[in-house]
Write a protein that binds this ligand. Structure first.
Ligand code: ZN
Length: 313
């Protein structure tokens, strides 16, 4: 290929591929064939498998695209360094395949059902670049808020999975959208966006899941959900997290659970016997909840720890 566009600030790689279709005049299938030499009918919006080829076409390097334009840093931001490094090694290797990181990206894909856009961002981009594009920071689980313009994002009807034809290269200014009705305060949505976008800054040096487990316990204790090393008010915590975010928000973010489940993920993340859980959206939602609105003061009845379990509810 003689020409390929360069990624714009905060642009998703799937958006770059859409712009490449527009600017080269190729159909999605022909574009993907021109890039990979293989017959492909769709590609991941978040992390295409042909990253090395894209780096060459955009005269950049793989790590620049991975950390600056894919959702990889978000997806591994709460992982221990070793498994995160193993996944990074596979992605950077010449033989990377979808199987190497498909399940990792699934967390992000299942938490963002449709493409989202900010009309103010689109307006400014049209003026500045002559085109609009899909932002990485707008396509993270639970993010319904543009931090640049302090306003709600609009959700479009374009699904994140399996797009083809005209939708492959449709851009925000061409597509209608509307805010999703959520039972969540704008302040809380803003906080979720702040912590989610911060996770995109991961460069392999962040605190890992074990740090966060102890941090969650500290926060849960300060808010009255943890009374001792053996007593955690897990049902109350799960109930309060569900009340703060609402079922629809949690379902869209891929983090829903039934309120009477004693093993719901908020409870698992504060228990001393917790097994490692790497899900970035769950870590971010629990941290946002505990640091901004959770409070069990005066509602927790302390009872003496019994000998049967270290994880009572
Ligand atoms: Zn905006």
């Amino acid at each position: 290929m003689l020409y390929f566009p360069r990624p714009l600030p905060d642009e998703l790689l799937g958006s770059l591929l859409g712009r490449a279709c527009r600017e080269t005049g190729l159909t999605p299938t022909k574009l993907l064939f021109a890039i990979t030499g293989e017959r492909m009918y769709q590609s991941s919006v978040f992390l295409p498998t042909f990253l090395r080829r894209l780096a060459s076409l955009t005269q950049s390097d793989v790590e620049y695209l991975l950390y600056g334009h894919s959702t990889f840093p978000y997806a591994v931001s709460f992982m221990p360094a070793k498994p995160a490094g193993q996944i990074l090694g596979k992605i950077l290797s010449a033989q990377a395949s979808k199987n190497d990181y498909g399940s990792l990206m699934q967390t992000v894909v299942s938490g963002v059902p449709f493409r989202r856009k900010c009309d103010k961002c689109a307006e400014e981009e049209l003026y500045k670049f002559g085109i609009t594009y899909w932002h990485r920071s707008h396509h993270l689980p639970g993010v319904h808020y543009c931090l640049n313009h302090r306003r709600r994002l609009n959700e479009t009807g374009i699904p994140i999975r399996r797009i083809s034809g005209a939708l492959f290269h449709a851009m925000p200014h061409e597509i209608d959208g509307a805010t999703t009705h959520l039972d969540v305060s704008e302040d809380l949505l803003s906080e979720v966006a702040v912590h989610s976008v911060k996770a995109l800054e991961y460069r392999g040096t962040h605190a890992d899941t074990y740090f966060w487990l102890s941090r969650f316990r500290e926060l849960a204790e300060s808010k009255g959900y943890v009374k001792s090393s053996t007593f955690v008010a897990t049902r109350l915590l799960a109930h309060d997290v569900l009340s703060a975010f609402g079922t629809r928000f949690l379902t869209e973010a891929g983090c829903n659970y039934t309120p009477d489940n004693p093993n719901a993920w908020p409870a698992r993340l504060v228990r001393p016997c917790t097994k490692p859980e790497y899900s970035a959206p769950k870590h971010i939602l629990l941290f946002t909840f505990l640091s901004t609105c959770g409070n069990a003061a005066s509602r927790v009845q302390y009872r003496k720890p019994g000998p049967k379990s270290k994880c009572q509810s």
